[in-house]
Structures are given as C-alpha cells and as structure tokens.
Design a protein around this ligand. Structure first.
Ligand SMILES: Cc1cc2nc3c(=O)[nH]c(=O)nc-3n(C[C@H](O)[C@H](O)[C@H](O)COP(=O)(O)OP(=O)(O)OC[C@H]3O[C@@H](n4cnc5c(N)ncnc54)[C@H](O)[C@@H]3O)c2cc1C
Length: 371
C-alpha cells in the first residue's frame, strides 16, 4: 500500500484537534486528522459548554480566553454550522462573604485587564436570575460569558476543515510517532504509516502516551468531572452559572476543608441549560486515573450543592449522568507549540477545564506554528 503524505497530521478529534485542523486547512496546509474513536469521542463529548471569561486568571489565561470569546461571536456563520452559541452572560455565585472577598480580589485584577465584570449583591443578582437561593451572598456577573454545544463545535470544525480539503478519519488509532534522526515525521497506525512535515499532538489526556516512548514526560493528568443531566425543562436559567467553590477547587485547593465530602470531591457548581432544555449540572474535580465511571458519592455531592444554590432543582428529574476527564496541568495552562525534545511535533493539549473556551484561539495559534 502506498503511504499517503500530508503536510500536517493532527492526532485527536476533540475540540482542540478539530480546531487546529480547521485553521491549518484554512492557512493552506494539507491536513489529515486521525481519531481512534470519533470526532468528540473523548473529553469534548463529556463536558459542559461554558465559554467563561471571569473564571480565568489575568495574564495569558484571560488574554487567550478573551481572544477566543471574540472569535466565537461569528463562528456559527463562519463554519456554516449551528454550534448553539448563546451570548447569555455568566454568574459566579458566592455563598459567603469570604467567597465574595475572593471574587472581589479576582474581579479587581480582571477589570484592570479590560474584562467587564462586576460583583452584585444577591437581591440584584436575583432580578436577572430569580431561581438563585435568597440567602446567598451575591454573584459576580460578566456579560461577555457565553455557552456553546461542545460536540457541535467539534463537528462544525471537522466539517468545515473537510470542506477546505482536510481529511478526517475516525476509528484510526495512532500506535506510535515515527521519529527519524530525532525528528518527528509521521505516525504509525494499524493500517500503515502516514508521513507529514509536522504532527500535532491534540490527544487530550492521552497526549503523554504518544511522547512517553521517546523519553518525554508531559505533566498532563486526567481530572474527572461528573455531570448530571436533567429532563428537558422550560427556560429556567438566563445565564451560565458557576459558584465560588469552583474557583477554590481550581485555583486554591489548599483552602478546601478535606473533612467535608463536597470539598474532598472538588465539587464546584457549574450549571447550564442546553438548547434542548435539559440542564447540565456539574461537577466534581477528582484525580481518579482514567476511570470515567460515575460514583454515587459524586452524583450525590453535585446534586446537594446544586440544590443549595438553586433550590428549585429539588423538583427536577435527573435522567442520566456522565463523566469526562479534564486534561489537567499543574499551572492550569495548556501546552502549546513545539517541544525541544521532539522537533516536528507541535503540542496542543492540557486545556484542563477550559478547552471549550480556548478552542478557537488554540487552533489559530497552533496553525501559526505549522508554517
Ligand atoms: C466535566 C467537565 C466539564 C467541562 N466543562 C468545560 C466548560 O464548561 N468549558 C470549557 O472551556 N472546558 C470545559 N471542560 C474542559 C474541556 O472539555 C476540555 O479541555 C476539552 O474537551 C479538551 O479537548 P481536547 O480536544 O484536548 O481533548 P479530547 O476531547 O479528549 O480529544 C482528544 C482525542 O484524541 C483521541 N486520541 C487519543 N489518543 C489517540 C491516539 N493514540 N490515536 C488517535 N486518537 C487518539 C481521543 O479519542 C479523543 O477524541 C470540561 C471538562 C470536563 C471533564
């Protein structure tokens, strides 16, 4: 069999790999995307769809998120695919004054970085989000937060990339990188080899497996998040909602009270209402290896916390649960671009809980490394 030659091979068809494939194809590269499952078979098919700015630390994280958020506004039209983008705004709820102080500190820095975000007392937050519990302290509000359907996003990018000439193959596992004279020049699959000038590692939590045989250790670890899905409901929420515990679990785990089960499981509320009416209620933040099962403890802790913030949820039916693996990195930032140890390989992985928010800008930036 004759081996095909592509300029660029992208390993992984999640929101990151498909975004890279699209912007690379748009830049004129000949792209081959391979996924051992299917588009959005990994974490991108098992997550929420928050495009949230106000959870990001000022600096590269917030800068990238703001650039990405701007790209989202016209993305459905650009991809000619309904990615269910909704410019709904977001709130991060504070239960206590201590949490409000934490939000206030972050907000001050975010405002200095140009983000339009403010802290509202609970009476004011309830005027636009009436189902919030009355005895909460308040909420940070950012009108530029939004939501999207992550599976639609990956599909939209993959299809648009194909229209630009990219090849997208599902059910093809990359068994190994091909490295010759120290340079990555393709991949091996069960069906044969594919050669390329550049290989992009967009394999999410599995990205370390591709480079480990060559002595490269990537600090990406799966961090499980469990999500509950409700029956379709009439419109209940006007914003995407997070709570301050989410930020504490993410950025200040040292402040968690580990005698409390909610804290031990890293539960921080994240609720959104999808286009079909169902609520996605998440989630835990647990290091449980590659185990994607839901646990009773996780489901119960998420449900209890959600009911504390939105008491009306007590009367809502949960119809299923799922969990996904966030590609966690120690500094919370993705690993993007070339790595010295393996020339020819471009990294695009490790987006933790922000891969949806950062997908457009990641694809665009990574495509710039391919020339
Ligand atoms: C519960 C939960 C909630 C989340 N909520 C949000 C949110 O609201 N907003 C946000 O911005 N982010 C959120 N995230 C994070 C976001 O989902 C991830 O950062 C993002 O999906 C990662 O995308 P990816 O393309 O890097 O990885 P993946 O989607 O996992 O894609 C990697 C792909 O690589 C393929 N692959 C792996 N190895 C190989 C191989 N050897 N050969 C071929 N293919 C291979 C896999 O099959 C997979 O499809 C959440 C995550 C979780 C778990």
């Amino acid at each position: 069999m004759m081996n095909k030659r592509s300029d660029v091979i992208v390993v992984g068809g999640g929101v990151i790999g498909t975004s890279v494939a699209y912007y690379a194809a748009q830049a004129g590269h000949r792209v081959l995307l391979l996924d051992r499952g299917d588009v959005a078979a990994g974490t991108s098919g098992a997550c929420d769809g928050f495009i949230i700015l106000q959870s990001k630390n000022p600096g590269p994280h917030l800068d990238l998120a703001m650039q990405s958020a701007a790209m989202y506004r016209t993305l459905s039209a650009e991809l000619d695919y309904d990615i269910e983008y909704l410019a709904c705004g977001g709130m991060i709820v504070a239960e206590t004054e201590k949490q409000a102080d934490l939000l206030a500190g972050l907000i001050k820095k975010q405002q200095a970085a140009g983000l339009r975000v403010e802290l509202l007392p609970i009476q004011q937050a309830r005027t636009s989000e009436p189902l919030l519990a009355e005895d909460l302290w308040g909420a940070a509000y950012c009108g530029d937060d939004a939501q999207v359907n992550p599976i639609g996003l990956a599909q939209g990018y993959a299809q648009a990339a194909q229209r630009l000439g990219a090849k997208v193959l599902s059910g093809v596992a990359v068994q190994s990188l091909i490295v010759e004279r120290g340079v990555v020049c393709g991949v091996k699959t069960a069906a044969g080899e594919h050669r390329a000038d550049k290989v992009v590692n967009a394999a999410g939590v599995w990205a370390p497996e591709l480079v480990a045989p060559f002595g490269v250790s990537l600090p990406i670890k799966p961090r499980r998040g469990q999500i509950l899905v409700t029956e379709p409901l009439p419109p209940m929420l006007n914003h995407v909602l997070l709570c301050a515990c989410y930020l504490i679990a993410k950025y200040h785990p040292e402040e968690l009270d580990l005698t409390d089960r909610q804290h031990r499981l890293g539960v921080g509320l994240a609720v959104e209402q999808t286009a079909h009416g169902g609520l996605l209620i998440g989630s835990t933040r647990e290091f449980a290896g590659f185990d994607r099962r839901n646990t009773l403890a996780g489901i119960e802790a998420v449900a209890r916390h959600a009911q504390r913030i939105l008491p009306a949820l007590a009367n809502v039916n949960i119809i299923r649960t799922f969990s996904g693996l966030r590609p966690h990195t120690p500094d919370g930032l993705p690993i993007l671009g070339p790595i010295a140890e393996l020339p020819g390989l471009i990294m695009a992985a490790g987006h933790e809980g922000d891969g949806i928010a950062l997908a457009p800008i990641t694809g665009k930036k990574v495509a710039e490394y391919l020339s």
